[in-house]
Write a protein that binds this ligand. Sequence first.
Ligand SMILES: Cc1cc2nc3c(=O)[nH]c(=O)nc-3n(C[C@H](O)[C@H](O)[C@H](O)COP(=O)(O)OP(=O)(O)OC[C@H]3O[C@@H](n4cnc5c(N)ncnc54)[C@H](O)[C@@H]3O)c2cc1C
Length: 305
Amino acid sequence: MQAITKNFFLFLSNNKTLDRLAKQYGTRFGVDKLVGGETFSQAVPVIRQLNDEGLVVTVDHLGEFVDSEEEAKERAGEAVETVQAMFDHNLACEMSVKLTSLGLDISRELVIRNMERILDKAQALGITLQIDMEDSGRCQATIDVFKELRAKYPNVGLVIQSYLYRSDRDLDELDKYDPYVRLVKGAYKEPGTVAFQDKDMVDKNLKQLVKKHMLNGNYTAVGSHDEEVINFTKELAREHGISKDRFEFQMLYGMRNKLQHDLAKEGYTVRVYMPYGMEWYGYYMRRLAERPANIAFAVKGIFSR
Ligand SMILES: Cc1cc2nc3c(=O)[nH]c(=O)nc-3n(C[C@H](O)[C@H](O)[C@H](O)COP(=O)(O)OP(=O)(O)OC[C@H]3O[C@@H](n4cnc5c(N)ncnc54)[C@H](O)[C@@H]3O)c2cc1C
């Protein structure tokens, strides 16, 4: 039954007509429980509220692939403006970016130029950028871009996924860059040639990667809602005397709110990953597919307006 529901919402996530209709009718159906708003301005009060509650934030402007150099440049320009707005509003907030939205598939030179534009501004304002990891076909290119940028900018981080066989080697290789890494399980559908198919292996590998990265002395973000992984991290830090300012927990906006607040009250840094933008439809449907319990938000949204 769960598989049918999942496939149904994944099917809806790719439906162009529904995407168009959804944009027309705005962020109803409980979307605001999972998305900060359609514009960064709409997200500002939501971020401020989270900051007031002791949580820090990273924002993600929804939308992945761009078709042209112009579009990629436009996205970079928007990111520069968003970084400036974060500073102007004095928000405790970072930015997460997907390299495909900045031209990764068009040319390396383009994506580097766009990232440098954003990073120059972010560095001047003391703001950090974290590069999300996309599908395995883009993993090497993403790591290569990160390495090139990291040689110039201290304020750039990266994501590594525990479902990929290669990730342990990647962490070893990245160690010399003293990298800020978000460790996650991985969200894309990947074949057995490159990724563990068994969830237990993915979970176990995430713990191993967290251990390796933290014991190497690198700042670590654990991007997971899994309490077993979170408790493992807390225990590891206690056991090895790693202070709370050397790692953080990251969770998606609207997911496990109580756990987010409980961890913050215990003195851990908790960063909420908040997507915003017009392209919320696909993101929202993928979250419904991942966790049918979220459907309750949608039903409530329909009947409360
Ligand atoms: C901040 C952040 C950034 C991310 N960035 C990337 C990225 O750049 N690239 C990428 O590929 N993936 C990314 N992901 C997605 C990630 O790879 C996983 O697909 C996603 O987080 C699900 O795995 P999980 O570790 O949260 O736990 P799961 O394996 O999905 O769940 C483990 C357990 O956690 C509990 N749980 C999980 N969710 C909930 C919930 N909503 N309510 C109650 N209990 C729950 C349940 O007990 C569940 O059994 C990111 C995730 C986060 C949190």
